[in-house]
Design a protein around this ligand. Structure first.
Ligand code: SF4
Ligand code: SF4
Length: 339
């Protein structure tokens, strides 16, 4: 394990950014954090997490997929794919790091989404251990350890500096590039910080939330629950919960006439929207109850059923703080759990 003092962190960012594009979380004017392309002198945010998750780097909100040109009765199809440049995302929290595994299980299963894979192959994920988890956090419910955040390289802040640990081959290559800037780490100091974080985690209000009542075998019990009516009653179908969620992966594909040809693009969509399931014959989910139920059944029942028990939520807490009617997955879990 190797370490760098806090005052040298920006020198390290300058070094990384001289070799690859680097993204770090920074504070906006309203104090909320967002990822930005690093430019010399930028300050790493001290916020626990970004408003939008890191999934944008691999699954952007909009992207062009292909172009078509019409000439008489001939259609020319242009494949606009190109190799993505190498990039580093610094400061990803353990919950968001786990979300990449969930997205992988969707986008990297056959047929592989080559747009997503291209970005995954070129991205290096440098995670940041949490030292001040908040009241909306419940990653431990899904077996995530925020003191060992994973990714290609894990970074552990200790108050006066940051320790680095490589977890993958890509992470070892990354560390080799910066090794001359690092000094020997202090495992005892780090263990103290981790112990302190574990003590905070035990006292969080959602520390005892369990997944025991969910999973594939509970499909019909939960699907037919009468509780959905009350739970979904106030949902305005704004889709905020899906857009801030690091694991939501629904998208729409559309063609746009540029006047000079056709562009095919995809953009995030939301199962909370009434036209999400609209097809030529009509809509298979006509009520907000059905749409609301779909989102939570997917995360708590369908996804684990299809992916060896892995839930489609990482307990990041974003939907807890962002839903305008204060509805969220925790309320759903508490309402549906076995009493
Ligand atoms: S953020 Fe809240 S109101 Fe908006 S769609 Fe999600 S649950 Fe419904
Ligand atoms: S459902 Fe909510 S808590 Fe779970 S990963 Fe999505 S935004 Fe985070």
């Amino acid at each position: 394990m190797f370490r760098i003092s806090a005052e040298k962190l920006n020198d390290l960012f300058d070094r990384i950014a001289s070799k690859q594009t680097l993204y770090i979380p920074v504070d906006r004017e309203d104090k909320a954090a967002e990822y930005k392309k690093y430019e010399s002198g930028m300050t790493l945010s001290s916020a626990l997490n970004t408003v939008r998750s890191a999934k944008d780097f691999f699954f952007p909100q909009t992207e062009n997929l292909a172009e078509f040109r019409l000439s008489g009765k001939t259609i020319e199809v242009k494949d606009i794919r190109s190799e993505h440049e190498d990039f580093v995302i610094f400061g990803v929290r353990a919950c968001d790091a786990r979300s990449f595994g969930i997205l992988d299980s969707v986008f990297l299963s056959e047929p592989v989404d080559t747009f997503y894979k291209n970005r995954r192959d070129h991205g290096t994920i440098v995670t940041m251990a949490c030292t001040r988890p908040e009241e909306t956090c419940f990653c431990t419910t899904f077996g995530i350890n925020p003191t060992m955040p994973g990714g290609d390289v894990s970074v552990f802040p200790d108050g006066t500096g940051y320790s680095f640990l490589a977890n993958t081959e890509k992470g070892k290559e990354f560390m080799a590039e910066i090794s001359d800037m690092l000094e020997e780490g202090n495992p005892a100091q780090l263990a103290k910080v981790q112990e302190n974080t574990r003590n905070i985690l035990k006292r969080l209000p959602l520390a005892n939330l369990k997944t025991d009542s969910f999973g594939g075998e509970r499909l019909m019990k939960h699907f037919s629950s009468e509780k959905w009516a009350e739970l979904s009653e106030s949902c305005i179908g704004c889709g905020t919960c899906t857009f801030v969620c690091p694991t939501c992966q629904c998208y729409d594909i559309r063609d746009f006439d540029t006047g000079n040809g056709i562009k095919r693009f995809r953009c995030w969509d939301s199962c909370m929207y009434s036209d999400f399931t609209k097809m030529a014959h009509g809509n298979s989910r006509n009520s907000q109850l059905e749409r609301f139920r779909q989102r939570f059944m997917h995360k708590l029942v369908y996804h684990p059923s299809n992916h060896e028990g892995e839930f489609g939520c990482v307990g990041c807490g974003r939907c807890l703080s962002k839903c305008p009617i204060s509805m969220n997955i925790v309320k759903v879990m508490k309402a549906l759990e076995d009493k």
